[in-house]
Ligand binder design. Sequence first.
Ligand SMILES: Cc1ncc(COP(=O)(O)O)c(C=O)c1O
Length: 385
Amino acid sequence: MTASHPPINSKLPEVGTTIFTVMSAMAAEFNAINLSQGYPDYPISEELISLVHHYMLRNYNQYAPMPGVPFLRQEISNKIQRTIDRAFDADREITITAGATEGLYAALNAFVHPGEEVIIFDPAYDLYAPSVKLAGGVPVHLELELPNFTINWEEFESAITEKTKVVVINNPNNPAGSILTEEDLIRLTDIAERYDLLVVSDEAYEHMVYEPYQHQSILKFPKLSQRAVAVFSFGKTFHATGWKIGYCIAPETITKELRRVHQFVAFSVNTPIQMALADFLKEPKHYLSLGNFFKQKRDLFLKLMEGSRFVPMPCNGTYFQLMKYENISDLPDTEMSTWMTKHHAVASIPTSVFYNRKTDNKILRFCFAKSTDTLTKAAEKLCKI
Ligand SMILES: Cc1ncc(COP(=O)(O)O)c(C=O)c1O
């Protein structure tokens, strides 16, 4: 049907269907094993499901307070006290959001005014640049340096102009599987202070950092967290990406502005899941066991892939394993992933899509948050390529 309406001047003309949707649809069409999109294919905790049910039956089904259920915010504060020994005020510094997605959108839209620049490190999660553009800002893309996807701090400092307002970091990094070290955060503190920058720290994969490394949350660095919003995802932490619930931690003055946006994007997040998560967070092993759980999956996937012609890149965090395929083909990565889905029945994500310049390093991203059976079957197919 042709709709009759005035012309709409697209604010995001370059945005199409995301690669994650495209690859998942292709995986379904060709009956391929889907290691493309980042979500688990195994069940979540039954205890957590029972808790949601419990609160639904007890009538926790109406609007939650705009910043989030106080019980959950308090349990988040307790968790941070327990894990990094710092106190954050549940009322003034913690906000529950509709996934890390809404937290990131609200933070960027609270900070960025038209014409202001935001530095983003590619490969980057695909949400940052469109959120900056919707705020009228200008994304400035720098590329992480291979082989370990490290930040070139000199290049970062020279990219700062008088218009630079914010820098976005993603630690651990999706898709790279790389992490920031303590030295990185010290360098960032120094530069952010000297140039008076705000920092948005996407820590959706905070609990997926593998020994011998430890997650360096921005919250561990008092001078840096004074000028930052740290963003987290319960969907990732509790294997329930479909629940779309996360939270932001920021100083009171920043939180006030963030909530002004959150109030008119989501207003509040669903009540029974907030109540259930608050109960669930009381047991630290529910989140502290995650590193080991995913390390085993990563190691299993790597072992199963030992006989293949793919070359694994270092993965110290997230549930994504990058693989180079230059021993197999010189196809561009978008064509390679399509060809593999159609002819070898395993779907992956080409990493060029995470680059503003579509940089093609001939690397594919595989999600290993899958059952042993799925990983075994996928690796069997991949080893034949
Ligand atoms: C780096 C990163 N940040 C944020 C998100 C979004 O998290 P949520 O599902 O909680 O909105 C994702 C989801 O894949 C992600 O990979």
